[in-house]
Structure formats: C-alpha cells, structure tokens
Design a protein around this ligand. Structure first.
Ligand code: NAP
Ligand code: GDD
Length: 330
C-alpha cells in the first residue's frame, strides 16, 4: 500500500492555514499543524477538521521546538504560513515582526537543512514587498520597495528562502501572493472589516463604519483559490518563485460601494473616514501579473471580485444574525 504523505503547515490556525489543511486532506495527506502555545484554543477556523489533523506545539521564535517537530514528523512538504501578518501591527511592533516574519523563516529552513534536505519548503511571501512599486502590474522582475516593517521582514524571508535553495539545493520556493480574502479573514483586515460592518449595519446593530484610506488599490482574490497555487508550486520538477494574483485591481472605495449596495444600502450614509486609520507609509496600488503561474502551474483563480464580496457579506450576515437570535427557553 502507498504510504500517506505527511505535510506540516505552520500557521494552520490562520486564514490560509485552514484552507490549505482542507485542501491537503482532500489530496490524501496526513496533515500536521504547528501551533504555538496559548492559554485558550485558537481553533475557530479549523474546528470542523480538528479531529482529522494533528496539532503539534512549536513556536517560530524557538529553534529547538521546530527541529524537534520536523524530526518527529519527517514530512515531505512544509508550508510556512505562520507570521505576524497585520501591517499596522508591524509599525507598532517592528522588532517582534522581524523575529516572527523574517528570522522565523531562517529557523524553519535551518531545521529543514539539519533534519532532511529533501523536504520541500513553501514560504508565504507577499505583494507588500513591492510596496511603492515603480510600475504596474508587478511581476518577479519588479524591484522591491517595502513600505512597512512587515514588508521589509517579508523581503528577508523571500531572500533567505532563495539563499537556502541556492546554497544547500533545498527545494524551497517563495510564493509572492497578492491579497486574498475569505469569510475566515481576520476582522482587522479591511475587506472583513467592511463585510462585518455591512452585516451589523444591515441588521441594526451598528450605525457607522470607520475606515482609513479609501483610495488604496489592491489585487484581491479568494484564499481558497490561492492555497491550490501553494500546493502546485511544490509539485513542480524544479523549484522557482511565483507571483500569484488575479491581475485586477480595485480600490477600497469600490469594495465598500459594492458591499453596501449588495444589501441595498448607500455606503455614503454610513462610512466615516477616520484619519487615525491612515498608515505612516501607504502602499497605494498593487496589481499582480500572474502570467507565469497560469502558464507553468496551470493555475487560475475561480472566484472573482463581485463573488468574493457577496460570499463575505453573506457569511457575516449569517454569523451576525446567529448571535442576535433570541434564545428559546428549554
Ligand atoms: P493569519 O490569518 O494572520 O495567520 C497567521 C498564522 O500565523 C496564525 O495561525 C498564527 O497563529 C501564526 N503565528 C503567528 N506567530 C506565530 C509564532 N510565533 N509561532 C507559530 N505560529 C505563529 O495570516 P494569513 O492571512 O492566513 O496569511 C498566511 C501567511 O501568508 C502569512 O505569513 C502572511 O503574512 C502571508 N500572506 C498573506 C496574504 C493574504 O492576503 N492573506 C498575502 C500574502 C502573504 P495564532 O492563531 O496563534 O495567532
Ligand atoms: N486594515 C484596514 N483597516 N485597512 C484599511 C482601513 C481600515 O480601516 N481603511 C483603509 N484601509 C486600507 C489600508 O490602508 C490598505 O491600503 C488597504 O486598506 C488594505 O489593508 P489590509 O486589508 O489591512 O491589507 P494589507 O494590504 O495591508 O495587507 C494584507 O495583504 C498583504 C498582501 O499584499 C495582509 O494580508 C498581509 O499579510 C499581506 O501580505
């Protein structure tokens, strides 16, 4: 009988980790999630699969814990998705962001180098590395100009991945993913903040939605589509880096307009601009060129911008209405 392949996902409790775990389970992998210790469980996004994955404790800050986990599991693939991923927090906690998001990658790669150089390694890189890009759309040749400590840390992660590939012949790839969202997106990110806000306003719980810069433009896709690209990158005959994006860009204002109009409301009646939500340095426009991913990986996003918004608003309407349902006495 064919032996089941084992994969480790760091950041399994996050948005992407939860979709990737589902995807790998469907492909027949034994899925191990690396989780850091916390005083309460953070399994909200994986509660539906928690009995089908195995959770192991380790922390990106702790080298030995990572080595021990990899030694114990001996995976064929590692997906390094864990990081401090919220850009505003990286301005407040730049050093910690560097520890997790930059040096954490080296700790993972060192562990691979030490335990088994045949393990295939995926690094979750980001379009934030392009930042103040000199041209649009951005591709692998576009020079980096990060605009946050998060973007700077991700560039370190990107280059250390390439360095371990070139130095030690590890199959290590860096996937430069543009923004991808879903009903499981953290509530502080703008798309989910909007879908939650729209749902609460529609259901009469809140009266306004406070936002920052509405002019920023992003290339937004669906997280469920993007985890497939991660897997495809590790199935190729040669390791290389990829840009994963939809190739379309929309402003935060477009997202807001469409989300409110989906529930028959006019956004202008509810949105309040709060200057405190502007960033010290902004990334104004991101739009990726996914040509290479389409050509080599045969990857294409399935969910478009409109459908993504509808999916997120529908999910939040459901969640909010569940929380306000009157409890029926037994
Ligand atoms: P997310 O929802 O914020 O999840 C981050 C994950 O990292 C969580 O599981 C978190 O665990 C874990 N983590 C943080 N610090 C850790 C530590 N010290 N040790 C172990 N685990 C730690 O992020 P996401 O949206 O799924 O993104 C996944 C990855 O892709 C991140 O690296 C992100 O920077 C990158 N990325 C995301 C996008 C996007 O648009 N979503 C685009 C490009 C790149 P807890 O549950 O314990 O907090
Ligand atoms: N979060 C947030 N909250 N952003 C706002 C708000 C607000 O109230 N108002 C306007 N924005 C603008 C931000 O200024 C930014 O230009 C844009 O909305 C998107 O912000 P986020 O949703 O926080 O995402 P991000 O683009 O900064 O970062 C995400 O995408 C990266 C890939 O490009 C994160 O997922 C990163 O981890 C990821 O690497």
């Amino acid at each position: 009988m064919k032996k089941q392949k084992a994969a480790i996902i760091t950041g399994i409790t996050g948005q992407d980790g939860s979709y990737l775990a589902e995807y790998l389970l469907k492909k027949g992998y034994r899925v191990y999630g690396m989780v850091r210790r916390s005083s309460t469980e953070t399994f909200e996004r994986i509660h539906h699969i928690v009995d089908r994955v195995e959770l192991v404790q380790a922390d990106l800050l702790d080298q030995l814990s990572i080595i021990n986990v990899i030694k114990k599991i001996r995976p064929v693939e590692i997906y390094n998705l864990a990081s401090q991923s919220f850009v505003p927090t990286s301005f407040e906690q730049p050093v910690l962001t560097g520890e997790f998001t930059a040096l954490g990658v080296t700790r993972m790669l060192e562990a691979v180098k030490l335990v088994d150089r045949k393990i295939r390694f995926y690094q979750a890189s980001s379009s934030e590395m392009f930042g103040h890009a000199p041209y649009t759309p951005q591709c692998l040749k576009t020079p980096f100009h990060p605009r946050s400590p998060y973007g700077v840390a991700k560039i370190y992660g990107h280059w250390i991945t390439i360095n371990y590939r070139e130095s030690y012949k590890i199959f290590a790839v860096s996937g430069i993913l543009f923004n991808h969202e879903s009903p499981r997106r953290g509530k502080e990110f703008v798309t989910r903040k909007i879908s939650c806000g729209v749902a609460k306003i529609k259901l009469g719980i809140e009266k306004e939605l406070r936002l920052g810069n509405l002019e920023a433009k992003r290339d937004w896709g669906f997280a469920g589509d993007y985890v497939e690209a991660m897997w495809l990158m590790l199935q190729q005959s040669q390791p290389r880096d990829y840009v994963v994006a939809t190739g379309e860009t929309h402003s935060v204002r477009d997202f807001v307009k469409k989300a409110f109009s989906y529930v028959n409301l006019n956004w202008k009646d509810y949105v309040v601009i709060d200057p405190a939500l502007y960033r010290p340095a902004e990334v104004h426009v991101l739009k990726g060129d996914p040509t290479e991913a389409q050509k080599r990986l045969k990857w294409k996003p399935k969910v478009d911008f409109e459908r993504l918004i509808e999916m997120m608003v529908d999910a939040d309407l459901q969640k909010v209405s569940d929380t306000i349902k009157p409890t029926i006495p037994a």
